[in-house]
Ligand binder design. Structure first.
Ligand code: PEP
Ligand code: MN
Length: 444
């Protein structure tokens, strides 16, 4: 593996969606701080995740990846992190128990702070300001001061991610994720919904299976803890580059800002800086592929990002939209498969299904989300390839950001609890409902 290019050479390749920092010295100071900061994740953990994703690639496991579109610094609270983790654990239990497949769990968390935007500017009531690019870059407040990119925020991202990951590690290994808690993860407001009751029934079955195991003296470690991994879009070069380190054990470079990092739909240029940087790290990585992706594009990306064709190294996250997936996906999957490329195929049913409601809120319909996942399964089933996973934007709270679902959230309800600073997320009931749908798809 050739050496990692320096930051200036990366920028020289052309990097889409980067902040325009007004003060180069301040950027240098932030990068210097980050370069000496301890790793957030260890290389060995990244290798373990690559192994698990190799099982996904082989069709032996299913990936569940989820969390906010954009984390915020204000969202780094025990309640918020626990609620997200809880809904992911509930979904994973539904998928594991109802579909009988091992589930690899990755949070869009502990680093998901930088956002690509379709427009550089935002206009409200005749006032135009630079777009909000995530807490990693600038402030959400609609004032000229707040929207100036501040590189010190990258150090704040590091600290916020460290705090989040610390809590996640405590929750997942310290008893909270113990399978015997499976019922307590179902809080009152979820229990009162039909889908919450369905979960309750499933939790009861698991409980009696566990009681049986305990009675015969079987109590494996797996009942008491879960493996959980962090992920985010590798977007701001300064941050990802400063946290790319040579692992002393293997002498290989890893981006120690998260276990899994991905390249977004807007930054996947083959000769661009993001693809170049991620081609040098050893973490498992993903690339988002939208409906304009040609099979040749995907094959070229795979050749550059995974030249040794290592299973588990590369995940393609398709996000075509419910209306396009059945027509668009087959050719892509067919040609990538025919080229002999080892990739995990994962469905992001969110980003191709966004629309603006009459009330002005950016939203998604639960039915479109479920339909895209169904289309994804149909295509892979037809081709004999493995529908390897689900990548979703969700929250553990009872927000009103996506319409539809069993609770029939309407467009006019969106204002009551719309809290996302970026894209609309499935709320807890919708997330659980989707997990039951996907479990059915996996079983059939
Ligand atoms: C995202 O995952 O929030 C995102 C911006 O996705 P994409 O790159 O697929 O548009
Ligand atoms: Mn998003």
């Amino acid at each position: 593996m050739s050496s990692i290019p320096d930051l200036a050479s990366l920028h020289a390749l052309g990097a889409a969606q980067q902040p325009s920092y007004p003060d180069a010295a301040a950027v240098e100071a932030a990068v210097t701080t980050l370069r000496t900061a301890p790793p957030l994740v260890f290389a060995g953990e990244c290798d373990d995740l690559t192994e698990k994703l190799a099982a996904v690639t082989r069709g032996e496991a299913f990936l569940l990846q989820g969390g906010d579109c954009a984390e915020t610094f204000a969202g780094v609270t025990a309640d918020n992190v626990r609620n997200k983790l809880r809904v992911l654990l509930q979904m994973a239990v539904v998928l594991t128990y109802a579909a009988k497949v091992p589930v690899v769990k990755i949070g869009r968390l502990a680093g998901q702070y930088a956002k690509p935007r379709s427009s550089d500017e935002e206009t409200r009531d005749g006032v135009t300001l630079p777009a909000y690019r995530g807490d990693a870059v600038n402030g959400y407040d609609f004032t000229p001061e707040s929207r100036i990119p501040d590189p010190q925020r990258l150090v704040d991202v590091y600290n916020a991610s460290a705090a989040t990951l610390n809590l996640v590690r405590a929750f997942t290994t310290g008893g909270y994720a113990d399978l015997r808690q499976v019922s307590t993860w179902n809080t009152d407001f979820v229990r009162s919904s039909p889908i919450g009751q369905r979960y309750e029934a499933l939790a009861g079955e698991i409980q009696s299976a566990l009681d049986f195991m305990a009675a015969i003296g079987a109590d494996p470690d797996e009942f008491h803890r879960v493996d959980f991994h962090s992920s985010h879009e590798a977007l701001v070069l300064e941050y990802e580059h400063a946290l790319t380190r040579i692992d002393s054990r293997t002498n290989q470079p890893y981006d120690v800002s998260g276990h899994f990092v991905w390249i977004g739909e807007r930054t996947r240029q083959l000769d661009g800086a993001h693809v170049e940087l991620l081609s040098h790290i050893r973490n498992p990585i993903g690339v988002k592929l939208g409906p304009t992706t040609s099979a040749d594009d995907a094959i070229a990306l795979a050749s550059k990002l995974n030249p040794e064709n290592t299973p588990g190294r590369l995940t393609f996250v398709t996000r075509f939209g419910a209306k396009k997936i059945r027509d668009g996906l087959p050719e892509l999957v067919e040609k990538v498969t025919a080229a002999g490329l080892q990739v995990a195929w994962v469905c992001d049913p969110m980003h191709g299904n966004t629309f603006t409601a009459s009330s002005g809120y950016k939203t998604r319909a639960f039915e479109d989300v479920a339909d895209e996942v169904q289309g994804f399964f149909d295509v892979h089933r037809q081709l004999g390839t493995w529908p390897g996973g689900l990548h979703v934007e969700l929250t553990g709270d009872d927000v009103t950001e996506c319409v539809g679902g069993g609770e029939e959230l309407a467009e006019m309800d969106l204002g009551s609890r719309y809290e996302s600073v970026c894209d609309p997320r499935l709320n807890r009931v919708q997330s659980l409902e989707l997990a039951f749908h996907v479990a059915e798809m996996l079983r059939s």
